[in-house]
Design a protein around this ligand. Structure first.
Ligand code: GLU
Length: 513
């Protein structure tokens, strides 16, 4: 730990201390929020420290959250160039904001009264890097965005086989609330109304409605990293009052004996309306989506909410059925599992990378948020996030947010040795901060220390030896950095290397003896 801390400290230190401002900036650029429960202690400790932080203080900070601290400082987060990524999202957001097409849902007054101009976008990576823009602290009801969660809760409790005795896995080819069932008299899939009513009937069957509701709310909070999750009672009352189609669906399913035994139909419907009326901010929704992207474990609390194989089931169905009658087109163009709701919310799950939530209430004729879909298309045009983008290879100049430009092993070492040759310490520090190992060797097994010694870069040699790199690394000709310094005739570097335990290679020793 101490060796690692020391080299981390030295990467950031100038004249024996690390600037507090630089640390704050590094955490900020990585998308680490002060509200992040993993960092509350660290930020508190940092607030009480002076502008210049010595090694002991640095270690106190590191001990507050060791793994995360190292990951952030080494630039090894899920989206390594997070600030650049956010900058691009901001650009896409403002382009999308110009789109004022579509109209509000008006089947209940609560949705018809929402300010149509509202627009929010939030992202959260599987490392808990967060960024929000627009009306991201406004609450909106989740509507059909609740369906994947209800399905996951049913899976957790009953298992895949049991759940799929009651609900299918096929797109219906019909609108979301169509009065139709599959050939077995079951709802087509859990992402449409009939299927969501059915999944709801499989959750906490023996419990009272109030306990069931408490349970679901607690699960939503877990998914959202304990951020606030609300409930819009007016929406609930309106949904219930105007929900004739949902009543019809439920009675139709009961007539077909589609429900499990002992199901209280009105309770199940109530539960469905309640789930539609849960409200969150886009920020909380992005954390929830990131929990799914992270295989069911919340990135900011570490709480395992769902089994990863069930998340896989859920994402598969979101891919084929998540965006009403636009699902096929969305899977083709955007290729990211998503779910939309008539409140204008859409969340996307990029497996093993991030969750994204967008909210803008004006809808297209299929019931999807106009700006939401527009944003997703623009995002897909800029970034390689489509499930099958790995097929495309080099014939594609879109960016990959996962890619750390400096972290490719070979690209990194070439840049590092070139910077050593030029004496460019700023570049070298940046590369190390992004995760490059300063002992890395090039294809001729030369290290940056060999190169710096050969090109008489005293400051670089000093930086590297103080960091503790291997002073006796041997290149493919059998030479050590000291051989290079001697060959270059730089006596200052020769003595500095000797002070740090460097020796000549056996071949050179024989020559000089
Ligand atoms: N709450 C509405 C219903 O069940 C629609 C939910 C939605 O599709 O977002 O009819």
């Amino acid at each position: 730990m101490t060796d690692k801390s020391e080299s981390l400290f030295n990467t950031f230190a100038a004249s024996g201390a690390v600037s507090k401002l630089v640390l704050l900036e590094t955490f900020g650029n990585a998308g680490m929020l002060r509200s992040d429960p993993r960092l509350v202690r660290l930020f508190k400790a940092l607030d009480g420290m002076p502008e210049q932080i010595d090694f002991d203080q640095f270690q106190i900070l590191q001990n507050c959250s060791p793994a995360l601290f190292e990951k952030v400082l080494n630039g090894q987060m899920a989206v390594p160039q997070f600030a650049d990524f956010c900058h691009e999202l901001e650009r896409i957001f403002s382009e999308t904001a110009d789109n004022v097409d579509g109209k509000l849902a008006d089947y209940i007054p609560q949705l018809a009264r929402v300010n149509p101009e509202k627009f929010a976008m939030s992202v959260c990576t599987i490392d808990g890097q967060q960024y929000s823009i627009g009306d991201s602290s406004d609450f909106f009801c989740v509507q059909s965005c609740s369906k994947p969660i209800t399905y996951l809760l049913a899976l957790e409790e009953n298992g895949e086989n049991e759940v799929h005795n009651y609900v299918g896995t096929e797109p219906s080819g019909k609108t979301f609330n169509e009065l139709t069932l599959n050939s077995k008299g079951r709802p087509h899939n859990p992402m449409i109304n009939a299927g969501a009513i059915m999944s709801g009937s499989l959750i906490k069957r023996g419990q009272t409605s109030s306990d069931r509701f408490d349970y679901v709310m607690s699960k939503w909070r877990e998914l959202a990293g304990q951020m606030k999750v609300g409930f819009d009672n007016a929406v609930y009352l309106s949904e219930r009052q105007t929900g004739d189609r949902n009543f019809a669906l439920a009675y139709f399913m009961r007539e077909k004996k589609a429900f499990p035994a002992d199901v209280e139909l009105l309770d199940v419907l109530d539960f469905y309306f309640q789930c539609c009326s849960i409200e969150v901010t886009s920020q909380a929704m992005s954390v929830m989506a990131a929990t799914l992207a992270n295989g069911g474990t919340c990135p900011i609390t570490g709480v395992k909410v769902f089994r990863s194989d069930y998340v896989k089931n859920c994402l598969s169905l979101m891919s084929s059925c998540g965006l009403y009658d636009f699902s096929g087109e969305f899977a083709f163009r955007v290729g990211i599992p998503g779910k939309s709701g008539v409140s204008g919310a859409i969340f996307l799950v990029v497996p093993n990378l991030m969750g994204i939530a967008i909210w803008s209430p004006r809808l297209d004729e299929l019931g999807n948020s106009v700006r939401g879909v527009d944003f997703c298309k623009r995002l897909a045009a800029r970034y390689k996030l489509h499930a099958f983008d790995s097929m495309v290879g080099l014939r594609d100049d879109r960016l990959d947010p996962r890619r750390n430009l400096y972290q490719s092993r070979y690209g990194g070492v070439v840049a590092f040795c070139a910077a050593a040759k030029e004496g460019d310490l700023v570049e070298m520090r940046g590369l190390i901060a992004r995760g490059l190992d300063p002992n890395t060797k090039d294809y001729q097994e030369r290290t940056a220390l060999h190169v710096a010694a050969r090109y008489k870069r005293l400051a670089v040699v000093q930086y590297l030896v103080e960091m503790g790199v291997d002073v006796n690394a041997i290149d493919s000709w059998g030479h050590t950095p000291l051989d290079d310094a001697s060959a270059a005739g730089d006596s200052a570097i020769v003595s500095l290397l000797r002070e740090h335990g460097a020796s000549s290679s056996p071949a050179e020793r024989i020559k000089t003896e």
